[in-house]
Design a protein. Structure first.
Length: 499
């Protein structure tokens, strides 16, 4: 837990204006690495997906992965960037165990994509996050520090290095300073990371799974006194790996930096580490400047000059992007902004849309995914999409309800069976005998028994108190284990008692 003095969030925002910047690293889902033919499969045995090129052996020469370049151009286009006509790679030099070459092939002053933007919405207000650059580089290896309490190098007994990740294509997306967000700064940061993840996923170039490290955010925060014109000193919280943590990191740094400034101190320009358990950040190391990396053009790779024809082909291949898709389905489904946001937050948008394509009415598809199935996912601590039920299954259950074969109560039992692996909805209905009882002969027998067992209520109905029939309907439903057609049962009860 941090021992630094924190200023309550509202007090901090009353005196200081936050300035944000977010650098996002996204691993592309190519089959091979950026500059060699090694596989990129996640979770392989350590150091089994390496070769002389990605290990930096003498004489091994890199070759650029065309699919990776295609992927970054698609991201740049989706972010409304300009794709430059000429650029090149550079060597970023530093010594660290996770870089076997002691340098990283990256892009410095000549990135591939520049000057874009991404609009995000927070509480009904649109914020435009301007993109400074989108550039290509290779990922580093992964260090594992064994021993100690924090999992970091300080206090560890020894360290291990896995180079499987070294050389995987990595896209870095750097925003321009994000200003004028006020007390919404943490929410804007989270909304940006969320929208960016959805955009990259829609483009289809990465799975952007933050829990596996294929999307990582470095969150920059600085404060300046209200009315000042000069920005404050920024800190960079490295490798934040969840959307919630992006929001928490911004909030904590605002409170922490306000405490430093209120005490007459100076914020140190440094990297910091986010602590998931406490929601705090801790000091890492002083932040390097560009000259510390001794950038120079990569001598083993030729410059890149993507043709305008190729860029336009890639632009034409882009799918419907998330913002446009949300506007379309909102119009088609007739849902309010809040409901649509709930759908997106639950990870249900794809599932509902596929269910509608499978034949369900939008309202029914939303009802089952957002109520019954979301509840079950929450109970299991699972993602909604991971439940063993398909959009086609949900559409079929919806159809069975619409045609009167089952009711909502029976539908829940059908989902029980499908989730338990008992087969398709129709197979579960057949195996469990869940069809609605609507046959007048069978239903009439049950009604006669219920009337005989409840003479007082039956007399009330005979006397004109038709509302009392509800109790008899309930008894019929109980006797048939919820399988009676409630509407038809009510009609028959009233007919029997009033005719």
């Amino acid at each position: 837990m941090s021992t630094e003095t924190l200023v309550p969030y509202d007090e901090a925002l009353a005196r200081y204006e936050p300035v944000l910047g977010i650098e996002t690293h996204i691993e592309l889902g190519t089959k091979t690495k950026m500059f060699c033919g090694c596989a990129t499969e996640f979770g392989a045995e350590p150091n089994t997906q390496v070769c002389p090129v990605c290990l930096g052996m003498p004489g091994a020469l890199p070759v650029t992965n065309r699919s990776a370049i295609e992927g970054i151009i698609k991201i740049g286009l989706a972010l409304n960037c300009s794709i430059v006509e000429w650029c090149r790679f550079a060597r970023k030099n530093y010594f660290y165990p996770d870089m076997p070459k002691n340098f990283q092939i990256s892009q410095y002053d000549e990135p591939l994509c520049v000057d874009g933007y991404l609009d995000v919405e927070v509480d009904g207000e649109t914020y435009r996050v301007e993109i400074e650059r989108v550039h290509m580089e290779e990922d580093t290896g992964k260090s594992l520090h064994v021993g100690g309490a924090t999992g970091r190098i300080h206090g560890a007994d020894f360290s291990l290095v896995d180079y499987n990740r070294a050389g995987i294509p990595l896209v870095e997306i750097v925003t321009k300073p994000i200003v004028a967000t006020g007390d919404k700064a943490p929410l804007v940061a989270r909304a940006y990371a969320t929208e960016l993840r959805e955009l990259v996923r829609a483009v289809g170039v990465s799975d952007v799974r933050m829990e596996q490290g294929s999307m990582r955010c470095d969150v920059n925060v600085s404060l300046m006194p209200k009315g000042a014109s000069e920005w404050g000193t920024r800190t960079e919280t490295k490798n934040v790996n969840s959307l919630r943590s992006v929001e928490r990191a911004v909030r904590f740094e605002i409170e922490r930096q306000a405490g430093v400034l209120d005490a007459g101190g100076k914020v140190i320009q440094e990297t910091r580490h986010f602590q998931e358990g406490t929601g705090t950040t801790t000091s890492g190391r002083s932040k390097e400047e560009a000259q510390d990396y001794r950038y120079f053009p990569e001598p083993d790779l030729v410059p890149m000059a993507p043709s305008r024809e190729w860029v336009e082909q890639l632009r034409a291949s882009l799918p419907e992007l998330p913002a446009a898709r949300r506007r379309r389905v909102q119009g088609e489904w007739g849902v309010a902004d809040k409901e649509l946001q709930d759908i997106v937050n639950a990870g249900a948008l794809d599932l509902i849309e596929e269910t509608v394509r499978a034949g369900a009415e939008p309202a029914a598809a939303r009802k089952w995914w957002m109520n019954e199935l979301s509840r079950r996912a929450t109970e299991q601590g699972a993602e909604l999409a991971s439940l063993p039920v398909t959009p086609a299954d949900v559409a079929r259950v919806s159809a069975l309800v619409a045609e009167g074969s089952i009711n909502d109560k029976l539908a829940r039992q059908v989902f029980d069976g499908v989730l338990a692996g008992e087969g398709t909805p129709d197979e579960v209905v057949e195996k469990r005998g869940l069809k609605v009882v609507s046959d007048e002969g069978q239903l009439g027998s049950v009604i006669d028994e219920v009337i005989a067992a409840n003479p007082d209520i039956a007399d009330k109905v005979r006397g004109g108190k038709v509302a009392a029939a509800g109790a008899l309907v309930g008894a019929v439903m109980k006797a048939t284990r919820g399988q009676a057609d409630a509407g038809r049962a009510r009609e028959l009860i009233i007919e029997k008692l009033t005719s």
